[in-house]
Design a protein around this ligand. Structure first.
Ligand SMILES: [Zn+2]
Length: 82
């Protein structure tokens, strides 16, 4: 699992098969890379503009590693892809 810190990293990961974990003030959500909520605008607002105070983004291509992230929940919008 890697933490995504730049827009370039985000775009590279978004094009892969795998899973995003977004950890923010509302909790920890597991997303498919195809999820509509996983986009560059949200990433920029949460992880770049606020210098990670508002959220952290992680990427892995390993489903079991993603599921074992502490207290993670599947996103309601994209769970059918997970
Ligand atoms: Zn999602």
């Amino acid at each position: 699992m890697i933490e995504i810190k730049t827009a370039e990293d985000f775009k590279a990961c978004k094009g892969k098969d795998g899973y995003f974990i977004i950890a923010d003030t509302t909790g920890r959500k597991l997303h498919s890379t195809r999820c509509v909520f996983v986009d560059i605008a949200h990433f920029s607002a949460k992880a770049i503009d606020n210098a990670n105070k508002n959220g952290q983004y992680f990427f892995t291509d390993d489903f079991f590693e993603a599921r074992e992230y502490p207290k993670v929940k599947k996103c309601e919008a994209c769970r059918r892809f997970i």
